[in-house]
Design a protein around this ligand. Sequence first.
Ligand code: ADP
Ligand code: MG
Length: 712
Amino acid sequence: MSAERESHNLLDYFGINTFNDTVMQERLPKEIYKRLQATIKKGARLDQDVANAVAHAMKEWAVDRGVTHFTHWFQPMTGLTAEKHDAFLDIDKDGKPIQRFSGNMLIQGEPDASSFPSGGMRSTFEARGYTMWDPSSPAFIMESGNGAILCIPTVFISYNGEALDKKAPLLRSMRAIDKEASRILALFGREGHRVTITLGPEQEYFLVDQKYFEQRPDLIMAGRTLIGAAPPRGQQMEDHYFGSIKERVLDFMQDAEHELYKLGVPAKTRHNEVAPHQFEIAPIFDEANVAADRNQQIMEVLKKVAMRKGLALLLHEKPFAAINGSGKHLNWSMVDGAGHNLLDPGQTPSENLQFLVFLVGVLEGVYNYADLLRAAIASAGNDHRLGANEAPPAVMSVFLGSTLSAILDSIESGSNGAVSEQKIIDLGIANLPRIMQDNTDRNRTSPFAFTGNKFEFRALGSAASISTPATILNGAVATALKAMGDDLEARIKEGASLNEACFSVLKKYIAHNKAVRFEGNGYSEEWLAEAEKRGLPNLKNTPAALEAYTFPKNKKMLTQTGIYSEAEISSRYNTKLERYCNTLGIEYSMLQSLTRTHVLPAAVEYQNTLIQSIEGLQALKDILDDDTVAAQGALLRRVSSEIAALLKANDALHSATEKAEALEDEQEKAHFIAESVIPVMERVRAHCDALEELTPDDLWPLPKYREMLFIM
Ligand code: ADP
Ligand code: MG
């Protein structure tokens, strides 16, 4: 594999580790290739002979590239990826070693995997889970030091066909939106289109030197620092954002990108982010399902390469207090079968009218299911960002920009009668693309912004899979488009022209979802008050946000679109609650332990030094200035009182967590943790941080923010 490393031309190695379309065309008999493509398009089950032929070609290709093992690669509800390796190696009946990989082994696996969260869906006697090949996402080879593994993207389902993962619902949501969007396209005379969702996730992350990481038990256990005083210099100098990239970091990025390119992941943009040691990588967008797989690959490759370079990758949403956290902006759009972006305004009034129907469909979806979208991005880590002064607020609203807002307003206030072509032109719709180009103001404080030809959902956490937020958004928009499609058809049936029908339907929905549109500063207090007046939900923490999974209107949307069954919804709800409690459980145990084993011993040692010093001064009182002993006494009092306060707070934390642990009901427990444990954790932290500022540097056992974030 060294040959490709030596090549200087990206095109020589781009995608060499994926079983992509080019490889399939090369390696599969023409007829098999055609049948495979047809099955992928239809989303149907593969015929046995096709499966066998594909498996054979895939194995030959992989073996040529040094692969010994394969794995069904899947995405359980943990939000991570999972794999169980099997060797191609087999022994034939003459006792000779052979390499074997059949169609059945490609299509279906049975990893058992009964220890993955199922949210109560699987009872242990039928705990088996099955993985099924998803041929719409290319298989790929993961290289490691001593070999390579063929990874086959799969869905993970139970014996009864319930989705146990994040991929199956995403695929279902893509079908739901295809159905409704293509129906609307047909009304505009564009029949027979398959509409797909495109996603472009911008991934933020932190890097710290491995040697610091290893000395921070909180980073190792919880992925974030649970204590740590703010450094004198944070991000206020604004010198990191888009600054020149340090050589060590660039070296890391280039190595990671090299691996990603081999995987066919089109990494496009890299830059320094706002916080010190914070960075971003963004690929060129892909079809939703492939984009979700690739985002997982990006996170894995970054982690792996960082380790190789003596760096630790932090994907947590808030690794450092008082420093910006990390998000994952999810760019989202719809594309028709001809490759035309449905959120790109067109050349003719009719195309622009179509654009407006889809645009308003998105607004309607976000408005109706704002609470569920909030739930989809809820996690213990993301709670630190949402609503804080750096990330979008926890209120879901949509930013459109002044031009589009004005157009929607004028449609809303327009007369109800027949709408002429002239009227469309008067509204500026014909000139939409030109007008929109001038409209470059970008509101960074909006959680959901229109950015020219796509929406950017900005409230996602950096560590989370993009699958669930995309799934919910697809379902919400599909449902809105269905309602609008029904209305359009009804009006056309009553004799309205397409234009008339569009304007009256647009008018209705623009008026209906108006409250979700907000152009101002999303970080301001006024907006929160205004949002409350508008009746927009503002759910401040995960347990509160997750309740949305239990609301009848949301269950109805999710089941009617075929995205989840009732059982699958409650399993998501249970899993997320459990995950929240487990995450916080690790954090509060770790915090108590850090306090006892790191902070207190250092602080007490310093206190003893001060006591000895004061005793010494006391003996020499006669020859010293009057206030000498008193001054050091005051210092000792500060240290001692912080120690006492910390002990008290840690005791309070201990009893609060005991209470939490005693709660049987997961929902009650999650709420109790959010409302009654987290505030005590914050108290403990405040005293730890005060002691960090008092204790001599050489006694302090943990690397400090000013080291972790400024030395590399
Ligand atoms: P910015 O930081 O200004 O938002 P970036 O270039 O960092 O822009 O990221 C934009 C992301 O949006 C990229 O991943 C890009 O591929 C993606 N994107 C562009 N067009 C679309 C589209 N039609 N659908 C989905 N994602 C898109
Ligand atoms: Mg962006």
